[in-house]
Design a protein around this ligand. Structure first.
Ligand SMILES: [Zn+2]
Ligand SMILES: [Zn+2]
Length: 328
């Protein structure tokens, strides 16, 4: 099979021929149809994240069809379309796994980071961590649900019942979370890179009540803010915009350092929290909700062999939509 392989940080992905992997007992072999390109992939390629197991096939927003099942697989059939998310496997025994917080498992494996992912024609995955996907959505349209959607959903839930919701960084996750937030009758205030007029128009088209640059003050006090941009300076900026009791939720896996700020900025029971990974429960809840909304993703398609171009476009902020590799 063909795959795009990352041999080391800060090198381009390499177009390679690999053996089609054989599924172990609890695994399925999936013929990949589409794989989303996530900002986390950039952090892996750029070496912002340590712990990558090289050589690695990146990609953790994988949609494809089951073509082979291991002997102990019970919840997946050959021919069924499934989604493979970032959370590849957890230990099932630690204090996090046994308390509904498998997203925090110290022994977890992660797709496209510590086990091979979906920038390939085939991928193997533990069937217990795969998601069933609804009919009526194209595979490339579903791919971004598997991380941008899931993490956005977890971040939104961490914001509680906030009505006036600020969203900093208007990429793939923000596109999805805005649709969910509008469905839940919340008001969205979108903060883009300063001067990103197109991004601001985009946010308004999705139903944002207001859109402006992240250097602008919010027009109204926010009840909570979600940060998808990996920019630590946005944490105190967002805190200054939220009302007393409000949360600033940091949803990225990596962020530049947060500059120091006066305690008065935090005072009034404001909170700063991070959201890490996903649980399978998040996945089931989000996929059911996303069907009802229904979530529509605007896809910028790339063939598998152009994964480097897709990553460069994501880095440059020049994408009109969410980059997805369409795998033939
Ligand atoms: Zn565990
Ligand atoms: Zn991701």
């Amino acid at each position: 099979m063909h795959a795009m392989v990352l041999d080391a940080a800060r090198t381009p992905l390499r177009w390679s021929s690999l053996d089609v992997p054989a599924p172990a007992k609890t695994q399925v072999l999936v013929r990949v149809q589409a794989c989303g390109v996530c900002r986390t992939d950039l952090h892996v390629v750029d070496g912002d994240l340590t712990g990558t197991r090289f050589p690695i096939v990146p990609g953790h927003e994988v949609v494809g069809v089951v073509v082979k099942t291991g002997a102990d697989v019970e919840n997946a059939r050959i021919g069924e379309r499934v989604g493979i998310p970032w959370l590849a496997r957890t230990c099932g025994r630690c204090r996090y796994c046994t308390s509904g917080r498998e997203n925090l498992c110290d022994a977890a494996l992660f797709t496209g980071y510590t086990v091979n992912g979906g920038y390939a024609q085939y991928a193997i995955a533990d069937a217990r961590y795969c998601f069933q996907l609804p009919e009526g959505f194209a595979s490339d349209e579903l791919a971004p649900w598997l991380c941008a959607g899931l993490i956005g959903y977890r971040a939104l839930r961490a914001a509680g019942d906030a009505i006036r919701l600020g969203i900093y960084g208007f990429g793939a996750a923000a596109h999805i979370v805005t649709q969910v937030a509008r469905h839940e009758r919340r008001d969205v205030f979108a903060f883009t890179r300063p001067g990103d007029v197109a991004g601001q128009a985009d946010a308004r088209a999705l139903g944002a009540a207001w859109a402006g640059g992240s250097d602008e003050p919010a027009p109204d006090e926010l009840d909570a803010a979600l940060l998808f941009a990996p920019v630590g300076a946005l944490v105190p900026a967002a805190l200054r915009s939220v009302a007393k009791g409000g949360a600033v939720v940091c949803a990225g896996i990596h962020m530049s350092d947060i500059p120091s700020f006066p305690y008065a900025t935090l005072w009034g029971e404001r909170r700063v929290v991070s959201v890490a990974n996903l649980t399978r429960r998040d996945g089931r809840e989000f996929i059911a909700l996303a069907q009802r909304v229904p979530i529509r993703t605007r896809v910028a398609s790339y063939p598998l062999e152009r994964a480097n171009d897709a990553l460069a476009a994501l880095r440059g902020g020049t994408l009109a939509g969410t980059a997805v590799l369409n795998v033939a």
